[in-house]
Structures are given as C-alpha cells and as structure tokens.
Design a protein around this ligand. Structure first.
Ligand code: PMP
Length: 348
C-alpha cells in the first residue's frame, strides 16, 4: 500500500515551509521594509525591485483553469528540471535510496540521481520502446523511491502504452513520475484527469515545448495536494522570477494561438515522416508523437558533422544504448525542414 508519509525523507517531514513576513501579514500596507529590497526602484524598470510572489497565486489560478485541476495540485518549477531535482530531495535519502528509470530516456533523471547521491537502477525499454512491465516490477527494491516514465518518450518520440503505466501505478509503493513534456503533440490527452485515482502519481509538464516559453523556465508538477505541499516546503522561496510570472500569465490569457502552433508542428512532423524514409542514408524513421523525430542512419557521426558544416544542428544520440546509429531531429519551420531534407539528401 502506498503511504506518502513513509516515503518522504524524515528531515523533510519535520520541516516547516519558508514563509516571508509578507506571506504572514494579512492586512494592507504601503510601506514595505521587511525584505531588504531597494525601495528606490530598479534599473530593470517596473517593479522588479520587489521579490516575486513565492506562491505564484495568480499564475497557478490561471493554470488550474486551463488544466482542469485545483491550484493546490500544482507545483511550479524553474523548468521541470527543477521539479525533477526536488522530487529526489523530497523522497530519497542520499547514499541510501534508489530510483528506477527506463532508458533510452530523458537524461536529467540520471543527472539528478547522481547529483543527489541516489543509486540509479535501469530497465531498458523493449525494441519498440515500450515498458517491459514484468521486468520493471521485478526490479523494484525496498529502497526504490522513484520510478520515471517519459511519455511521449525523449529521445524515441513514442507514447508509452497506458495499460503499462496503470499496472505500475497500481503495483508500486513509491512515486511514479510521469513526464508529459511532449504530451501536447500527442493525441492522447493527459493523465492529470486521473490524478485523484492515483496517490502515487506525479505528472510533469512544461511551458518549454508546445507553449514556446523555454527561455522563461517554467515547468509544472501535478500531484495530490499532500505531495504538492511537500514540494512547496522544500523549494527555494522565489524559484519563479517576477518576469516569468508576469510574461507567462500574460501569455496564458491568450491561449488561442497554441492550438494553431501545435497543429502546424504536427503537420510539419508528418511531412518529415513522409519525406525522410525516401532518403538514401536513412535506414529507419521511428514513429513520433512528439515535436521531434528519431531516425536511424547509415553513418550517424558522418551525417551529424555534415549537417553541422551546413549550419544545421541536430542531436547525435548514436552513443546511447538502444539508439545506436540514431539522430534526434526537432521539427522546425517549413523552411528549416526543407533545408534539412535537402542537406540530408545531398549527404554521401
Ligand atoms: N522532460 C523532458 C522529457 C524533456 O525532454 C525536457 C527538456 N528537454 C524536460 C523535461 C525539461 O524541460 P524544462 O525546460 O521544463 O526544464
């Protein structure tokens, strides 16, 4: 049986959330002399001399509306990379606990495990990049606190079968971190609808991909109110800066453009999927539900360097186990994709 209190680190269980004088203060005031800010103003203009809202209330309330969850089920991070790191620090005692990930997958799970001195266990995805559920269940140890699932998976691009995710959610007493960074490009909806069913589910999303705000650094974790309250306790108080809160809130008032962008990217992806297999050097094009495509080519290093010479940067994934000979290519604009296809077709 999953019991959150049993997996939270003992020191985190004891911690109180950081709270500023301004948080605690309930009345109205005009003179703020509590946070050692520069009350004369800011060289950056506006009200950037003031610390941002540590609880990001306005932003969370808008995100809750858009995503159909309660604000108390949302954690905001400085990119979802920050949420990944905080999840380790919330449940894994360094030098003692372990995590499980399913490569080939997003590299930050491993980086964060290493950084936090958490033992890294791995079960390789199958040849069609699905989860070997029995093997994963057999690899879970008493010390396994986190299991990372990325769907659509980076760098392979495919969605993970929902039945596998559900079986793991039902049979794992640690936290399952389901990374939906690329879910907006897939036609499968989000697991946020099922949050109330699974007390051990943490869903990651990001504004860096479909929403086009990678430079603002804004990532999300959705989970039970209890899990979110622990994340809020351990986060740096001002982790989402004022410019990000302001600009993201502005952008979220006008979401009409989002569908058009996603539609265009998906359409461009499908055009690439049609064109790439016809090129002599391309051996395999993996199906994609994301905004990138994994391709297997005859000479990955050669093509990678050739494209660099042409001023086109893609990601060489050929040294990763399970992705031998593969390049990962983000879907660009129509013009960029044509440039890419032209360059690949000229490679000898
Ligand atoms: N998860 C996955 C699967 C990703 O590919 C990325 C970014 N490459 C992230 C999370 C991190 O996104 P963010 O910009 O929100 O830190």
């Amino acid at each position: 049986m999953f019991n959150l209190k049993e997996i939270i680190r003992p020191n985190v269980l004891k911690m109180k959330a950081y709270s500023s004088a301004r948080d605690e203060f309930k009345g109205t005031a005009e003179v703020f002399l509590d946070a050692n800010e520069n009350n004369l103003g800011s060289l950056a203009g506006e009200n950037y001399n003031r610390y941002p809202d540590p609880q990001q209330k306005a932003l969370k309330s808008r995100i809750a509306e858009i995503k159909g969850v309660r604000p108390e089920q949302i954690f905001l991070g400085n990119g979802s990379d920050e949420a990944i790191d905080l999840l380790f620090r919330m449940v894994c005692t360094p030098g003692q606990d372990s995590m499980l990930h399913l490569p080939p997958t997003y590299g930050m799970y491993e980086v964060s495990a290493n950084l936090n001195d958490v033992q890294l266990d791995a079960v390789q995805l199958t040849s069609d990049f699905q989860i070997p559920v029995k093997e994963v269940l057999a690899s879970i140890k008493p010390t396994t606190k986190l299991l990372f699932i990325c769907s659509p998976n980076n760098p392979t691009g495919n969605l993970i079968e929902p039945e596998s995710i559900e079986t793991l959610l039902d049979n794992f007493d640690g936290l399952i971190v389901l990374d939906e960074a690329y879910a907006d490009f897939a036609n499968a909806g989000s697991w946020t609808k099922r949050l109330d069913e699974f007390p051990n589910l943490v869903i990651l999303q990001t504004f860096s991909k479909a929403w086009g705000m990678a430079g603002l650094r804004l990532g999300l974790a959705f989970a039970s109110e209890e899990i979110i309250s622990f994340l809020n306790k351990i986060k740096p108080p001002y982790n989402i800066n004022e410019a990000t809160q302001k600009l993201a809130l502005q952008a979220l008032q006008h979401t009409e453009g989002l569908c058009d962008m996603v539609e265009e990217i998906v359409q461009e992806r499908e055009l690439l999927m049609l064109a790439l297999p016809g090129l002599a050097t391309v051996e395999k094009v993996y199906p994609s539900d994301a905004n990138f495509i994994l391709i297997k080519v005859k000479d990955a290093d050669g093509l990678y360097n050739y494209l660099l010479d042409k001023g086109i940067v893609v990601r060489n994934r050929s040294t990763i186990k399970g992705c031998e000979g593969c390049l990962r290519i983000s879907v660009g604009t129509l013009e960029e994709n044509q440039q890419l296809l032209q360059a690949i077709s000229e490679f000898r």
